[in-house]
Design a protein around this ligand. Structure first.
Ligand SMILES: Nc1ncnc2c1ncn2[C@@H]1O[C@H](COP(=O)(O)OP(=O)(O)OP(=O)(O)O)[C@@H](O)[C@H]1O
Length: 251
């Protein structure tokens, strides 16, 4: 079997008496989209934060590319290739689409600003930024102010910004949230292609998107993974249906 790029082993995180992550193990393999689903409050965001480095687990380990990164900062993990898109947009709204992408590409150089050289005339940065915009279908909007983009286009731009860092994996926390059906369909198509670039750990409530995209699904309930399997396996799993899918209307 292919070696996982991301390997989470026995991660536990308690908030007082509550085990938000209760001995969680899961992995992410090259080329796949692994969806993490579960009801509100199940602990999905808490787990993503521990993988990205924003929150330290009480016990357990996070291995990335065979290396133990549990003690590394968010910035150090990003430098190693953990790409992330956020629930809350981190885009600069007054900048153009291209400027946002160039800022992302600049970060890929280690965050060293070279003030003596106007970045918007840096051919290598521009090429990297434009390639990322092209990949998410935003090439024709590069001169538009980000504030003028639709909600769905901003999500596409966030993916492009993450792409400029040439990530080894993507961590995505509810990328479909707030999108209409057209927007989520477009983003679904983009993520479908993106998995060939880098595997995606996808936290998502939109079950149409999850069922369309996921190679594997893990179901988190009360801080524990109750099942991992293919779309067909998860859809037919009696415990999953009882614990989660039956409650889908309430999510
Ligand atoms: N900093 C914190 N302090 C105390 N409790 C917390 C903290 N962060 C999260 N929790 C609790 O941990 C549990 C898991 O929360 P988390 O946000 O990870 O769930 P989630 O699955 O991402 O939910 P949602 O789908 O609503 O985003 C919840 O009961 C939440 O109230």
């Amino acid at each position: 079997m292919t070696e996982p790029i991301l390997d989470i082993r026995g991660v536990t995180k308690r908030f007082g008496a509550l085990a938000a992550s209760d001995d969680i193990s899961l992995d992410l393999r090259p080329g796949e989209i692994h969806a993490l689903i579960g009801p509100n409050g199940a602990g999905k965001s808490t787990l993503i934060q521990q993988i990205a480095g924003g929150l330290a687990p009480d016990s357990g380990r996070v291995l990335f590319d065979g290396r133990d990164v549990t003690a590394l900062s968010t910035a150090a993990r990003a430098q190693l290739g953990m790409g992330r898109t956020f629930q809350i947009s981190a885009l600069a709204m007054d900048y153009t689409v291209l400027q946002n992408a160039v800022l992302g590409a600049l970060g890929a150089r280690g965050g060293v600003f070279r003030f003596f050289r106007p970045v918007m005339r840096d051919a290598a940065l521009l090429a990297r930024a434009r390639a990322a915009l092209d990949e998410v279908g935003l090439a024709e909007f590069e001169a538009m102010r980000t504030s003028e983009l639709s909600h769905g286009q901003r999500r596409q731009l966030e993916v492009a910004v993450a792409l400029t860092l040439a990530p080894r994996i993507f961590l995505m926390d509810e990328p479909m949230a707030g999108l209409g059906s057209e927007g989520s369909q477009r983003l679904t198509g983009i993520l479908d292609r993106l998995r060939r670039r880098a595997p995606i750990l996808l936290v998502e409530h939109d079950m149409d998107a999850v069922f369309a995209l996921a190679d594997r699904i893990s179901v988190l309930v009360y801080g524990q993974i109750i099942a991992t399997g293919s779309v067909a396996e998860i859809r037919s799993d009696a415990e999953v249906r009882r614990a989660y899918l039956g409650e889908e209307d309430e999510a």
